[in-house]
Every structure is written in structure tokens, then in C-alpha cells.
Design a binder for this molecule. Structure first.
Ligand code: NAP
Ligand code: MG
Length: 487
């Protein structure tokens, strides 16, 4: 087996290798249902090999541990440069493996991945402790200070919706902190992470610092269970997040989690309705609705409910659904047959529970996992389509009369990843923003994330924050050093 585009290998200890037992699996183009490539299926022995490689690269005296922070920062910056140099290639690969429009991958996923490395590269030289005088000793008797140290070997597990970008969100800060890594991309979309592995090598990251192993949930579980992993950083479903917490208990691994969402979006009657409609449509339909912070639960003030719904229906019906590789496509296929069935099952449950299917709810074409943008009205909070994360292009609309009503419903929302508000009234905007239990609140916008701003969830949407300087906390230990000066 070669390391070719059709037969990929995985990266362990600087080598491109097959699984120890030669096992492989296939990754499929969701637009054509054809196999794109075979990749190694890492199991226990491979996970162990990868963790040992990461441990060796973390040993005191290793090339990585001895490297001056400025050199580390330059390498991380170079990864960002290389991603931009390969922008078209990576966008196409992402589009084929995941289904998303190649044009969107080219202006969102790939440049944002590069930006994450560029932004994080600057932190490598700014990891500092504090000099902290003892509160209970005479001044000058002790010298006491803190020192920040990389946490060690980190397991990083990412989902299939933004494969390259999620890998970048995980890898860049861990590298800036000086950790070593075993990354597992999702089984549906391993290809851009593997290509990124080649760019990481080209940028000069020493062997073993970044290991990328491909496999399924059992591979992820073996990685989480490995006794020599210090920390697990996971993005994915809340269900698997809970399993990871349980599995990390044995050796008390540090855990950070970016999990699911069912994010409320509030449109007041005084909003710029044209903008509110366009952005609310984008909030749910961008990336086929396969976005953790999709604005999937829309509250519309009653007096403008019908007007907003009519606008959204028109916007949804204008969306070109097609293969991601077509330049005119706005919505590609869902990622897999399994996921398509899951989303369609939600549509059926919505109809069965009495919601009105305003548009969509059907398959598009007879090949590939294409689905029409879908909107439900006449929905109630207890319906499954309102209560649960669908992770597809399905919007549920609820009319409201007051913010109190929304707050009462949202109290039972298990998630708290994002929220949005559209209004021209600044008081209303900030009052609503403070009432929302969410890690990010968008005002008169949606889908704007930035490498400098912390991102993460309240409630069951996760533990910890990604991005910004906040993310470095996930990858650093704090050591207090106290020296008695003898005076
Ligand atoms: P998932 O099933 O939880 O999978 C996520 C990753 O975990 C995949 O790499 C998966 O491997 C792996 N995995 C599965 N079972 C595991 C186990 N027992 N132990 C360790 N790893 C395991 O999620 P998904 O369906 O791919 O992604 C959709 C979910 O991710 C949604 O809930 C979405 O909201 C959430 N998400 C959250 C964010 C955020 O930032 N908060 C961002 C994106 C997505 P395989 O896929 O190979 O089986
Ligand atoms: Mg695929």
C-alpha cells in the first residue's frame, strides 16, 4: 500500500504508516456515493504506537522541548502559510470528502484554518507566569512566582462538519503551548487532516509532535482510555462527550469538550427584517445545517411572524442544492447516508407531532445525500424537532410576545453554545444578550467566529473555551515556585 491520494496512510512518529494489522476503511464522496480513498483503521496497537511517539517527542531534551518559543512560533506560522498556499487543493479535498460547497471551503474553512495557526503562532512567545508576593509572609522573605508548562501528551478528537478547521482549532493552540499530540479526525472525513499532516512536516514540526491516526469511534475510545494521555480535547456530540468524561476518570485526564447545540435566534419586530431574514437563513442553512452553533431554533415576534416566515421560505427555496464541487452550489449533500436518514427521521417526527412543514423536508435527486432546506412552523417546545439537535438544514420557528416567554423555554434547553438577536434597539439587544445562557451571542449577525475570540458552551455544550488566549489554559499547567530567601 502506498501513501497515494487513493490509498492514504496515517502519520505516526514522523512516518506514514499502515495500521499494524493492515486494516483499512473507505471514505466516501457524499455527492456521488463513490469511494474517494481507503485509509488505515487504527486500533489499540496503533493508538499505543502513536501515544508512545507523542510521549517520546515530549521527553525533556527532545527537539521540541529544547526549541526556543520563537522558533516554535515561526513553525506554527509556517503551517498557516502552507495552508494558504494550498488553499484550492484543500478546499476541493474538503468539498469532496464532506460534501460542502468548494467555494465556501475556499473562503471560510481553509483561510480560517490558516488564520488559526497564524493567530496562535504569536502566543508561543507570550506564555508567562506571574510574580506573586506571599500574602502571609513578610515582604522579601520569599520569592514566589508561577511558571506555565505544557500539559504533555494530548489526544484530540474532531468531528466531520469542518474537518480541517476543527483540526486547526485543536492543533494550533496545543502546539503554541508546547504539547505533543495524537489527533483523530472523523471516519467520514479523514482526508484534509492527513494532508495537513504533510504540511505540518513540511513546516518543520519535529517527528512525533503531531501524530494523526484514522479510525472510527473505537479508535477514539482507545485513545481516550490510553493511560499515558494527559489530556483529551474533544469536539463532537454531547452523547460521546459524556462517554469521554467517564472514560477519562481512571487516570484523571484533563478534559475539554465542545459539544452540541440548539441555538436560539431571536428576531424582534423592530429589526431590519431584510437583514434578519437573510442572516437567519444563513444561520441554519450554511454548511447544510451541519454547524454546532447553527441558529436552528428561531423565535419571531408575533407581529412580524408571517412576514419573516414568508421571507425565509423564499430564501430557502432559492438555495441551489448540488454537488459541492459545482461552483454555483450553496448547499451540498449531508455528510453520509446514516446522517441523511437521521435528519429525515426528524422531519417525519415533526410532521407526526403536528408541526407544519412550510418548505423542504424532502430528498433532492436520487444519488447522493441531498436534502432540501427545510422550515417548520406551528412548532411547540416539547416537539423533538424543537427540543433536540438535528444537525441538518432544518429550522423550527416559534412566535413570541415577550423575552420572558423565550427565557422560560430556554431554561430547559440543555445546550448553550450560541444565541442571536436581531433588533435596532440597543437596550433590547444587550438585555436579550445577557438573558441568553450561551457562550457566544450574535447581535444583528450570525456565523462570525474569529481566532481571537473565545468560543465554547454553557450547560451541556461543553467544558472550556477554544480560540483566543483562553484556549491556552486547556494546554498548560501552572506551577508555583516558592523560594525562601533566608532573610
Ligand atoms: P460524534 O459522533 O460525537 O463524533 C465526534 C468524534 O468522536 C469523531 O471523530 C468520532 O469518531 C469520535 N468518537 C465517536 N465515539 C467515540 C468514543 N466513544 N470515544 C472517543 N471518540 C469517539 O459527533 P459527530 O456526529 O461526528 O459530529 C456532530 C456533533 O458534533 C454535533 O453534536 C455537533 O453539535 C458537535 N459539534 C460541536 C462543535 C463545537 O465546537 N461545539 C463543533 C462541531 C461539531 P468517528 O466519527 O470516526 O466514529
Ligand atoms: Mg467522506
Amino acid at each position: 500500500m502506498t501513501n497515494s491520494p487513493e490509498e492514504r496512510r496515517m502519520l505516526i512518529g514522523g512516518q506514514w504508516v499502515e495500521a499494524a494489522d493492515g486494516a483499512t476503511f473507505e471514505t466516501v464522496d457524499p455527492a456521488t456515493e463513490k469511494v474517494l480513498a481507503t485509509v488505515p483503521w487504527a486500533r489499540g496497537a496503533d493508538v499505543d504506537r502513536a501515544v508512545r511517539a507523542a510521549r517520546e517527542a515530549f521527553e525533556p531534551g527532545s527537539a521540541w522541548r529544547k526549541m526556543p518559543p520563537s522558533a516554535r512560533g515561526r513553525i506554527i506560522h509556517k503551517i498557516g502559510d502552507l495552508i494558504l498556499e494550498h488553499r484550492d487543493e484543500l478546499a476541493l479535498l474538503e468539498s469532496k470528502d464532506n460534501g460542502k460547497p468548494v467555494s465556501f471551503a475556499g473562503f471560510a474553512d481553509v483561510p480560517m484554518a490558516a488564520d488559526t495557526f497564524h493567530y496562535m503562532s504569536g502566543w508561543a512567545t507570550k506564555i508567562e507566569g506571574n510574580t506573586i508576593p506571599m500574602s502571609s509572609a513578610s515582604p522579601g522573605r520569599f520569592l514566589s512566582f508561577t511558571q506555565r508548562e505544557p500539559l504533555g501528551v494530548v489526544a484530540q478528537i474532531v468531528p466531520w462538519n469542518y474537518p480541517l478547521l476543527m483540526a486547526a482549532w485543536k492543533l494550533a493552540p496545543a502546539l503554541a503551548a508546547g504539547c505533543t499530540i495524537v489527533l483523530k479526525p472523523a471516519e467520514q472525513t479523514p482526508l484534509t487532516a492527513l494532508r495537513l499532516g504533510e504540511l505540518i512536516q513540511e513546516a518543520g514540526v519535529p517527528d512525533g509532535v503531531v501524530n494523526i491516526i484514522t479510525g472510527d469511534g473505537s479508535t477514539g475510545a482507545a485513545l481516550v482510555a490510553h493511560p499515558d494521555v494527559n489530556k483529551v480535547a474533544f469536539t463532537g456530540s454531547t452523547e460521546v462527550g459524556k462517554e469521554i468524561i467517564r472514560a477519562s476518570a481512571d487516570n484523571v485526564k484533563k478534559v475539554t469538550l465542545e459539544l452540541g447545540g440548539k441555538s436560539p435566534n431571536v428576531v424582534y419586530a423592530d429589526a431590519d427584517l431584510e437583514k434578519a431574514i437573510a442572516k437567519s437563513a444563513e444561520a441554519i442553512f450554511f454548511n447544510q445545517g451541519e454547524t454546532c452553533f447553527a441558529g436552528s431554533r428561531l423565535y419571531v415576534e408575533r407581529s412580524v411572524h408571517d412576514e419573516v416566515v414568508a421571507g425565509l421560505k423564499a430564501a430557502a427555496e432559492q438555495i441551489t442544492v448540488g454537488a459541492g464541487t459545482e461552483p454555483t452550489t450553496v448547499m451540498g449533500p449531508l455528510v453520509s447516508a446514516e446522517h441523511f436518514d437521521r435528519v429525515m427521521e426528524y422531519v417525519e417526527s415533526g410532521v407526526a407531532e403536528g408541526a407544519t412543514l412550510c418548505t423542504g423536508g424532502r430528498r433532492v435527486g436520487d444519488k447522493g445525500y441531498f436534502m432540501a432546506p427545510t422550515i417548520f412552523t406551528d412548532t411547540k417546545p416539547h416537539m423533538r424537532i424543537v427540543a433536540e439537535e438535528i444537525f441538518g438544514p432544518v429550522l423550527v420557528v416559534l412566535p413570541f410576545d415577550s423575552l420572558d416567554e423565550i427565557v422560560a423555554i430556554e431554561k430547559d434547553n440543555p445546550y448553550g453554545l450560541a444565541a442571536g438577536v436581531f433588533t435596532r434597539d440597543i437596550d433590547k439587544a444587550f438585555h436579550t444578550a445577557s438573558a441568553m445562557q450561551a457562550g457566544t451571542v450574535f447581535v444583528n449577525t450570525w456565523n462570525t467566529v474569529d481566532a481571537a475570540l473565545p468560543f465554547g458552551g454553557y450547560k451541556q455544550s461543553g467544558w472550556g473555551r477554544e480560540l483566543g488566549h483562553a484556549v491556552l489554559e486547556n494546554y498548560l499547567e501552572t506551577k508555583s515556585i516558592i523560594a525562601e530567601l533566608g532573610r
